[in-house]
Design a protein around this ligand. Sequence first.
Ligand code: ATP
Length: 140
Amino acid sequence: MAGNIQLEVVTPEKVVVREEAQIVASPGTLGEFGVLIGHTPFMTTLKTGTVRYTSADGAEKYVFISGGFAEALPDKVTILAESAERRRDIDIERAQAALERAQQRLAADRGREDIDFTRTHAALERAMQRIKLAKTRGNR
Ligand code: ATP
């Protein structure tokens, strides 16, 4: 089937992307998956990582997402994430600072009850994925 798919990436605060795409690739918890127009409907959870899509004019675009859910319908993909930002909006220094904070916490004594290690691991993953995406080539 020809045509574009409607892509929406939303967080509790804002709509980060609302755009037509030729193809959307997302980091599912069971592996990366791609969606084209006419796809069989499905839902899945997502890992922290990058949503890549090709816009209607053929440009490759990238959006960081901190995990979440995706709903794919034949003509629409909706991604709900706690936080998300386009690659060009990633503040690399902020992500570096977040990475260092997380690394310092993870280096602390495992018995410390004031540190939530699961939460710190998730923060480390967000920082690493933001840095990785911000450093990939391209400007979108
Ligand atoms: P930090 O500790 O720096 O706040 P975080 O991973 O805890 O990082 P999130 O909870 O994922 O931050 O996001 C909170 C808000 O800040 C979201 O709106 C997110 O888009 C934005 N944000 C977080 N880090 C960055 C970054 N490095 N560049 C741009 N926006 C960011």
